[in-house]
Design a protein around this ligand. Structure first.
Ligand SMILES: C[S@@+](CC[C@H](N)C(=O)[O-])C[C@H]1O[C@@H](n2cnc3c(N)ncnc32)[C@H](O)[C@@H]1O
Length: 229
């Protein structure tokens, strides 16, 4: 599996949006297939649990407007759409052309009105104070620190006052132990994210952890929830 997983991250490529600086994934349906394989046989469903927990932490209500930044192939956005119902609005942004094409195809197949756009966290294509909630899963480790800072101030710009931000990311490689240490993909320090998020003007910043279950190579994850002041 690990060569499979390595492959899935090593093909981060094919420049899409204007000079994006993060590690862009562009694998479309192959990404979903690989993620399904890894989550089913290696992580024992913990990736799906991470997405559910992200949406739960955001406490998404029917009618709310939600943005998923670095949405990939749109799996979390589909779950969020179910929670906001037709009265709400869900948008997803990612620089990967194939990821967005796959996300749009999935939404069309399920007849759900999610707006998937090619775009980057450092230039979000939305007016100020548009969203009640912004989410980001497994994406922060793709960005250098300067870009994280730029992206967080963009997120603050598009959130309404009091709006919620929830970030989930894998633990850093050096914090992983046992089986989990074998998973190659990068991760984030939640404490570093707390500092960046606070500097970007968020308050009530809270964190929690998700540990790997027994016999799972899930690398562990950190969650951060904050409110725009
Ligand atoms: C590991 S994937 C996670 C995708 C999705 N959030 C999920 O949980 O499956 C990380 C995503 O971040 C995207 N990304 C990289 N640089 C970015 C940037 N500057 N702005 C927005 N997204 C970016 C990649 O293209 C990729 O789809």
């Amino acid at each position: 599996m690990h060569s499979f997983a390595r492959h899935f991250h090593s093909e981060a490529s094919e420049a899409p949006a204007k000079e994006p600086k993060g590690l862009i994934l562009n694998r479309g349906w192959r990404y979903d297939l690989e993620i399904w394989f890894i989550d089913t046989f290696v992580f024992h469903g913990q990736l799906q649990e991470l997405r559910q927990r992200t949406a739960n932490l955001a406490d998404i209500q029917p009618g709310e407007q939600v943005l998923d930044v670095g949405c990939g192939t749109g799996t979390l956005a589909m779950e969020v759409q179910r929670r906001v119902s037709r009265a709400g609005r869900v948008a997803g942004v990612d620089p990967g052309i194939q990821q967005i094409a796959r996300a749009r195809a999935k939404a069309a197949r399920r007849h759900v009105p999610i707006e998937f756009q090619i775009g980057v966290i450092e230039r979000l294509p939305f007016p100020e104070q548009t969203f009640d909630v912004v989410l980001s899963t497994l994406m922060m480790h793709h960005l250098p620190t300067s870009l994280k800072r730029q992206g967080l101030s963009e997120i603050a710009r598009v959130l309404k006052p009091g709006g919620r931000l929830v970030i989930a990311d894998f633990k850093r490689k050096k914090e992983r132990a046992g089986q989990a240490a074998r998973f190659h993909a990068g991760g984030s320090s939640v404490q570093d994210l707390v500092a960046i998020v606070s500097d970007a003007g968020f308050e009530r910043v809270e964190t929690e952890e998700m540990q790997p279950s027994h016999f799972s190579a899930f690398p562990g994850a950190g969650f951060l929830r904050a409110h725009k002041s």
